[in-house]
Design a protein around this ligand. Structure first.
Ligand SMILES: [Zn+2]
Length: 219
């Protein structure tokens, strides 16, 4: 099948598999508990359900249309496909990363919004919300996620995990890593008995968001 794929699709699949493997290697995902997707035109390449990432090769590419209909590959797409499709339907995302990262998932059971412990929240577009709980794979969960994502590039899913998106897989992945770090930081600072961490104000975060617009390499 791989020899029939146009080049951009083969490259995007390579990227999807590499990102999925990286999420496991970095400890953001245990086994096959997360999933990764990338959009190429009207095609969404997505990790299959229940196949270890180190066993995925070029011939295992799984692709669905924006309506979820499978158009490429034999393996079944992840059961969390509705989350991915909802993000593509509502945003200009080209990539989506979903994990059950441990610190972020722990925080999802404690708060409806991640406390502003660090200005890194600006990377996610502001204070990160927690989507209300609904069973995995359901349209209800996808709806709750979209509500939590409003004006953000990532959110927590209550008692479940994380979702982030970006214009590239690297960007979506980086946002997941930052979100997990942010949650770990808040848990660490909150762990001292009798002490409460100082938090940033929304105004302080807005100032950072403004500054970040000019951050990085020129051009
Ligand atoms: Zn999940």
């Amino acid at each position: 099948m791989s020899e029939q794929q146009p080049e951009p699709v083969a490259l995007a699949w390579q990227d999807v598999v590499a990102t999925a493997r990286r999420s496991a290697a970095d400890g953001l995902v245990v086994g096959t508990s997360g999933n990764v997707s990338a959009r190429v035109g009207d095609l969404v390449l997505v990790t299959p359900s229940g196949v270890p990432y180190d066993r995925l090769g070029p011939e295992d590419a799984v692709g669905v249309g924006l309506d979820g209909r499978q158009v490429l590959g034999e393996l079944r797409p992840t059961s969390e496909l509705p989350l991915h499709l909802a993000v593509y339907a509502e945003t200009g995302a080209a990539a989506v990363v979903h994990t059950h990262a441990v610190h972020a998932t722990a925080v999802s059971t404690l708060v409806t919004e991640v406390p502003l412990i660090h200005y890194a929240a600006a990377i996610l577009g502001g204070p990160v919300r927690t989507a209300a709980y609904a069973r995995y794979g359901t349209p209800e969960l996808a709806d709750a996620m979209l509500t939590a994502l409003r004006g953000r590039t990532g959110c927590l899913l209550a008692n479940h995990g994380t979702v982030t998106y970006g214009s590239t897989l690297d960007q979506a992945y980086e946002r997941t890593a930052q979100l997990e770090w942010l949650c770990r930081l808040w848990l660490t600072a909150s762990a001292l008995p009798g002490r409460t961490p100082a938090l940033l104000s929304e105004a302080q975060l807005a100032e950072v968001t403004e500054a970040l617009k000019g951050y990085g390499q020129p051009g």
